[in-house]
Design a protein around this ligand. Structure first.
Ligand code: FMN
Length: 159
């Protein structure tokens, strides 16, 4: 099995979850690559128009069995950076897709749920098939359990 993680993270929360997942995948023998999604010239957090965000390169993920997409929630939506990246990169032909978002508030109805639904739709527009999704509520006292659950479940999925 081979997987690619495409991760947008500004302040490190989403990346920290991805790093733990990466380590566990590799530990379990799943060949995994983590690609940070970063706009040209760095991120302008005030830019909310995905049409104005540009990237140097796009990763072709057709040769991977699984693609993991992660991003922060921005104003009850997925991050404009990942939205822009997905809409300007090519179709997704083969891989199965696992998606997650991190958000500040303690409950998923405070932004996480709407953002993950949006991310799912964006993946499906590109022909990708979402096999699972997760929301990490950063201020929820059970955050650590949420992350551990995601790691355990997705390790079983990609095996
Ligand atoms: C402009 C902006 C808007 C945000 N909007 C929300 C929101 O609607 N709901 C929420 O729970 N968190 C919101 N957040 C907080 C981030 O989603 C949260 O801190 C996330 O974990 C950051 O991920 P990162 O460290 O990977 O960048 C917002 C943050 C920023 C900068």
């Amino acid at each position: 099995m081979k997987s690619a993680m495409l991760i947008h993270s500004l302040t490190g929360n989403t990346l920290s979850v991805a790093d733990r997942l990466l380590e566990s995948f590799r530990h379990n023998g799943v060949e995994t690559e983590l690609i940070r999604i970063e706009p040209i010239g760095g991120e302008d957090r005030n830019e909310t128009n995905p049409g104005k965000i540009r990237f140097q390169t796009y990763k072709n993920v057709d040769d991977y069995d699984y693609v993991i997409l992660g991003c922060p929630v921005r104003g009850f939506s997925m991050s404009p950076v990942l939205k822009s990246y997905l809409s300007s990169s090519g179709e997704m032909n083969n891989p199965k897709v696992l998606i997650f978002v991190t958000h500040f508030f303690p409950f998923s109805f405070m932004g996480g749920r709407s953002a993950i639904n949006q991310l799912k739709k964006e993946v499906e527009k590109k022909g990708g098939s979402v096999v699972d999704r997760a929301v990490i509520d950063w201020k929820n006292p059970a955050r650590e359990e949420q992350i551990e659950r995601l790691i355990k479940k997705w390790n079983r999925t990609v095996k």
